[in-house]
Ligand binder design. Structure first.
Ligand SMILES: NC(=O)c1ccc[n+]([C@@H]2O[C@H](COP(=O)([O-])OP(=O)(O)OC[C@H]3O[C@@H](n4cnc5c(N)ncnc54)[C@H](O)[C@@H]3O)[C@@H](O)[C@H]2O)c1
Length: 383
């Protein structure tokens, strides 16, 4: 086995913790540097990963210093969305081999396009953390669909909350993944925004409905905060059957199943919500299981053992494009054809243009709970 990949982490919050967990469990990496505005956040990381022999991280409060002073193969980016572009650009130019950046890929499609361009120019591999591509139940459902268990997929329904880019970029990515990465061709949708709410410094809607059409004729719907229901599963209807997908299992109904049949993925997988004795801040085992598999495949891709990485940046870009297209449809009152031409954040534009007046004033961020103090939200002011 080749030498371990040397990792530097930018932003030591919830999701980076999950990246590092995946790296250490995958056993292909060593964690050598951390960068965070908060020294406490880095100390918490050290404490959390103290038991791992391949974790010995130097601390930096300036990520650019980390990039110039450390010898790194991989950079993980786990700050809020507006930091993704500047940090990816700086990391790509610093000579690393690869970057794993969290989802949503960026705050705007323009920023996401720049990230791809600059990484290509520097020959740097860029992955986006839609880790549920490695969820065992998702893969079981994907295989059943590919094997024709439900015939041609007609409709996939998902239920969401907390802002389309924040929550539903995962679901847009899931639709494409389940369909074998078919392209989304068009999007129609609407939003309601009566409160001045944000998710990680990005304005979000109160409610949304998005309808997506894919090559081959499949369609999908995201129902966001119209009902109390939300979650990471999906109802999938085909010409010859149905699938009810959850994070843990797949229920199948077709002419051969004799009603609903419950299937679990092969293997000894941790289940969502199961106590694993590994106390991560992120109490979501489906995310951890997937993080390990994501880290393994990422190492194989970065090391040149394979040309394929299922979380490659083009998919992160398309997931962001699909949810931004819901906003763009609401803004332009049209069925938006993809690829999207509008490269700014369409919801932000609607707000600026006065198209979405707030009925209940008072700006608040649904993710402020993770702030460590002044100026730790990564927005324009601190990257
Ligand atoms: N893939 C998933 O399922 C999933 C789940 C949660 C979050 N996320 C994504 O992960 C990203 C991070 O979210 P989070 O909830 O983990 O954030 P968080 O608030 O828990 O952590 C962010 C960290 O970044 C640090 N930071 C801010 N500005 C910085 C800078 N300039 N330099 C260095 N560090 C800086 C903060 O101090 C904080 O420690 C977001 O883009 C989010 O959408 C993905």
């Amino acid at each position: 086995m080749a030498d371990k990949l040397r990792v530097g982490v930018i932003g030591c919050g919830d999701m980076s913790r999950n990246h590092v967990f995946g790296y250490l469990r995958a056993d292909r990496y060593e964690i050598v540097a951390l960068a965070d505005l908060s020294t406490e956040a880095m100390k918490d990381f050290d404490e959390h990963f103290a038991e791992y022999s391949h974790y010995k991280a130097e601390h930096f409060t300036d990520f650019r210093e980390m990039l110039t002073q450390s010898t790194l193969d991989v950079v993980s980016i786990g700050v809020w969305d507006k930091g993704h572009k500047p940090m990816t650009l700086a990391a790509a130019a610093s000579g690393v081999k690869a970057i794993l950046c969290e989802k949503p890929m960026a705050d705007t499609l323009g920023a996401a396009a720049d990230m791809r361009l600059v990484c290509d120019r520097h020959n740097v591999k860029l992955g986006i953390g839609h880790q549920r591509r490695w969820n065992p139940a998702y893969n079981l459902a994907k295989d059943m669909i590919a094997d024709g268990e439900i015939g041609d997929v007609r409709m996939i329904t998902a239920f969401a909350r907390d802002g389309l880019p924040n929550y539903s970029s995962h679901q847009a990515d899931m639709f494409r993944y389940l369909l074998g990465d078919l392209e989304c061709l068009w999007v129609m949708g609407n939003v309601e925004r009566e409160t001045d709410q944000f998710a990680r410094s990005i304005p979000i809607e109160d409610k949304a409905l998005g309808h997506f059409g894919f090559e081959g004729g499949a369609q999908a719907i995201i129902v966001a905060s119209l009902t109390p229901r939300s979650g990471w599963g999906a109802w999938i209807t085909g010409s010859e059957g149905m699938i009810d997908l959850s994070l843990n299992d797949v229920k199948l109904s077709n002419a051969r199943s004799g009603g609903w049949q419950q299937h679990f993925p092969d293997g000894d997988f941790q289940k969502n919500g199961e106590d694993t004795g590994f106390a991560v801040a992120y109490d979501n085992v489906d995310v951890q299981e997937a993080a390990i598999a994501q880290a393994r495949d990422f190492a194989a891709w970065v090391s040149g053992e394979t040309d394929y990485f299922r979380g490659e940046a083009q998919h992160g870009y398309k997931a962001l494009e699909m949810v931004h297209a819901v906003y763009e449809s609401a803004r332009t009152h049209t069925q938006v054809q993809l690829p999207m031409k509008t490269m700014v954040h369409p919801l932000e534009l609607m707000i600026e243009e006065g198209d979405l007046p707030v009925r209940y004033p008072g700006k608040y961020d649904i993710r402020n709970r993770s702030l460590r103090g002044e100026n730790t939200a990564s927005d324009e002011d601190n990257v």
